[in-house]
Write a protein that binds this ligand. Structure first.
Ligand code: 5GP
Length: 187
C-alpha cells in the first residue's frame, strides 16, 4: 500500500476534532498527527495526545529548529505540525492524517503536492455560530473573530480536493473514511 498524507480542514468550530475521533476507529492503520500549540489545554485534553502543549518560548525554539512542516496563528494562539509526526509514520509506511486550519492545509499542499485536502463544511453557518457559542470556552470577542475568520475560510474551500458536510458526525466520518480508504490503494 502507498502511504498517503491527507489533511482534514475547515472552519474553526466545524467539528473537525470530533470527526477525527470517530475516524480513528474507522481507520486504525492511519496515524493522526499531534500538533504543538501555545493554547492552554481545555478540560479533558491530554498533553501528547490531543496536542503537545508548549510555551511561547518553546514554540519559538521549535520554529528556530526548523521542527515545523507548517505553523499558523489562529485565535491568538500558535499551532504547528511537527515534521516528526509526518515523516516518522510515512517512513514506516503508515498514512498520516492532519487536522489543521486552512492556512496550514494550503501550506502542506505546497510542500506535498500529492497531499489530499478534505474540507469539512458546516451544515449551515448558523450551526457553526451556535457551536462556537455553546462551547462556552471562548470570550465573546474571540467568538466574533472566529466567525469572521470562518467566513474567509469557507471562501477558500475551492482549493480543496474533497468536500464533506458535517451534518452528522458519524456520517461525516464515514464519508471521510471512504475518501481516505480510496487513496491508500494497492501499488
Ligand atoms: P482548537 O484550539 O479549537 O483546538 O484549534 C483551533 C484551530 O487550529 C482548529 O481549526 C485546528 O484544526 C487548528 N490546528 C490544530 N493544529 C494545527 C496545526 O498544527 N497547524 C495549523 N495550521 N492549524 C492547526
Amino acid at each position: 500500500m502507498t502511504a498517503r498524507l491527507a489533511v482534514l480542514s475547515g472552519p474553526g468550530g466545524v467539528g473537525k476534532s470530533t470527526v477525527v475521533s470517530a475516524l480513528r476507529k474507522m481507520l486504525p492503520g492511519w496515524a493522526v498527527s499531534v500538533s504543538a500549540t501555545t493554547r492552554a489545554a481545555r478540560p479533558g485534553e491530554r498533553d501528547g495526545v490531543d496536542y503537545h502543549f508548549v510555551t511561547d518560548e518553546q514554540f519559538d525554539q521549535l520554529i528556530a529548529d526548523g521542527a515545523f512542516l507548517e505553523w499558523a496563528n489562529f485565535g491568538g494562539n500558535r499551532y504547528g505540525t511537527l515534521w516528526s509526526s509526518v515523516r516518522e509514520p510515512l517512513a514506516s509506511g503508515r498514512s498520516v492524517l492532519l487536522e489543521i486550519e486552512i492556512q496550514g492545509a494550503l501550506a502542506v499542499k505546497k510542500e506535498f503536492p500529492d497531499a489530499v485536502l478534505i474540507f469539512l463544511h458546516p451544515p449551515h453557518f448558523d450551526t457553526l455560530r451556535a457551536r462556537l457559542h455553546d462551547r462556552g470556552t471562548d470570550a465573546p470577542e474571540r467568538v466574533r473573530e472566529r466567525l469572521a475568520l470562518a467566513e474567509w475560510e469557507l471562501a477558500q474551500s475551492t482549493a480543496f480536493d474533497h468536500h464533506v458536510t458535517n451534518d452528522d458526525v458519524e456520517a461525516a466520518a464515514a464519508r471521510t473514511a471512504e475518501i481516505l480508504r480510496g487513496l491508500a490503494t494497492p501499488d
